[in-house]
Design a protein around this ligand. Structure first.
Ligand SMILES: [Zn+2]
Ligand SMILES: [Zn+2]
Length: 149
């Protein structure tokens, strides 16, 4: 995925461009925090370098203290409250884009599913897609599951 990607919020006030650079593959997270934050069954993330992202429009932020002690900040549109990306203070420079905000999100199927221990029972994960009961425990494991290909 070396092409420039574009995306934006629901109301159109926020638009962004993601330039070519280091990009992980998309993954689904079924943890209960993601369920609460999205009001849905899981969230779709893709790890990127924050420096490759240019955002136009008025933004706001929500903060959450994770059990690990990291402060997770989610940034989105101040008008319609669509969430665009998240970052946390223990991984400076990295961000996690909300895959559903990409214009070409249909081409982005999850390379892995994490926190399937909290998965909603009605969701069936396609055969052959890697799953973890929790999430990768090291950078090596993150790269192994959703690193660039
Ligand atoms: Zn908006
Ligand atoms: Zn999660």
């Amino acid at each position: 995925m070396k092409d420039t990607l574009t995306g934006g919020c629901l109301c159109g006030a926020v638009r962004y461009e993601l330039r070519p650079g280091f990009r992980m593959r998309p993954y689904a997270c079924h943890c209960t925090d993601c369920q609460r934050r999205t009001g849905s069954a899981f969230s779709l993330h893709m790890g990127i370098m924050a420096k490759d992202l240019t955002i136009d429009g008025e933004l706001n932020e929500g903060k959450f203290l994770q059990p690990s002690g990291a402060i997770s900040t989610i940034t989105g549109c101040a008008k319609c409250m669509s969430r665009i990306y998240a970052a946390h203070d223990k991984r400076p420079g990295l961000a996690s884009i909300r895959v559903g905000t990409l214009d070409n999100s249909k081409t982005m199927s999850p390379a892995a599913h994490f926190w399937v221990s909290n998965k909603q029972p009605w969701i069936t994960i396609p055969e052959g897609v890697p799953t973890l009961e929790t999430q990768p425990q090291s950078s090596e494991e993150w790269l192994q599951y959703v690193g660039p290909k």
